[in-house]
Design a binder for this molecule. Structure first.
Ligand code: ZN
Length: 298
């Protein structure tokens, strides 16, 4: 095995630990609800942040974490409003965002980008993760899919679902709650930390930076952001994240062009400014390795 893969594999072990929900103890996980603004709430438990629209039409959720948490999610939704669950949106296919589909799918139609259904419908084999994600059962699959965008008119506002290609995966959607002025970013946005970019699912580091640049151009003033992971954020937080993506990618690109090898680039690290960004899920050397692999793939 190439030496430079060791850190990457160390991350894989971490990720696998985080995603191996079959073995994870969910009994201690609490679902916390926080009002974002307008009709929209955010639920945090284990896995990706859940966005919720609550109002006279009922309930719509964006992502649904892991199946074993579904009862707790249901209890948290009930505490927000008595309405029925009417729609489930998936921002992308990863299990920490779609694991609850198997429970919520029979209750309400699941909506997602075409590639989310395609990936969930068949076994996903990950070389870097050394793991296999089995195909989802029929009831967990999106029943309404789209290529570019789709709108749900619900609880007095247009909820616009827009696909951004090749960022975190090849099936990412960002959800604009146009009346409440809230945007659920899915895993295109890891707030204040280096992101996981799933190169094997069609994600690319440069695509992600491009998408975030475009989203920044579409954000209405004062919008509140729900990241895939991390706390409720603002446009300024997203701008900083965008600058991090662009600048760290430039650094690695220039070093690669100068003929430096991965090990050397990792040893040299990244500017002090981004030090805290590597203290979470994706460490600095794993982020450098992700950029390197993404650029080398082109
Ligand atoms: Zn993800």
């Amino acid at each position: 095995m190439p030496k430079h893969f060791s850190a990457f594999l160390a991350m894989i072990v971490l990720l696998c630990a985080a995603q191996a929900y079959a073995q994870q103890d969910f009994s201690k996980v609490e679902i916390k609800a926080e009002k974002v603004t307008g009709n929209v709430y955010m639920l945090q438990g284990s896995g990706g942040n859940i966005g919720v629209s609550v109002g006279s039409d009922g309930i719509l959720i964006v992502d649904d974490q892991f199946a074993p948490l579904a009862d707790k999610v249901k209890a948290a939704l009930k505490a927000l409003g008595e309405g029925k669950l009417k729609f489930v949106l998936n921002t992308h296919w990863h299990g920490d965002h779609t694991g609850g589909n198997v429970v919520f799918g029979p209750e309400a139609p699941i909506i997602a980008h075409d590639n989310v259904r395609k990936r969930l419908a068949v076994e996903q084999r990950s070389e870097v993760f050394k793991r296999i994600v089995p195909a989802s059962p029929k009831e967990a699959l999106p029943v309404i899919t789209f290529g570019q965008s789709l709108s749900v008119h619900f609880n007095g506002e247009e909820i616009r679902v827009i696909h951004f290609p090749q960022g975190h995966t090849d099936g990412d959607s960002v959800i604009f709650f146009t009346g409440s002025n809230v945007v659920h970013m899915g895993d295109d946005f890891f707030a204040g930390r280096f992101p996981f970019v799933d190169l094997e699912s069609g994600g690319t580091v440069e695509g992600l930076a491009k998408n975030i640049g475009e989203i920044l151009g579409k954000l209405p003033p004062g919008a509140k952001l729900i990241p895939g992971h991390g706390p409720i954020s603002t446009a300024d937080d997203l701008k900083l994240y965008h600058r991090m993506l662009v600048e760290t990618t430039d650094i690695v690109r220039k070093k690669m062009a100068a003929g430096k090898l991965m090990a050397q680039i990792k040893t040299e690290g990244l500017p002090e400014e981004w030090k805290l960004w590597g203290t979470g899920f994706i460490k600095t050397d794993v982020w450098i390795e992700t950029i390197h692999r993404s650029l080398a793939k082109k």
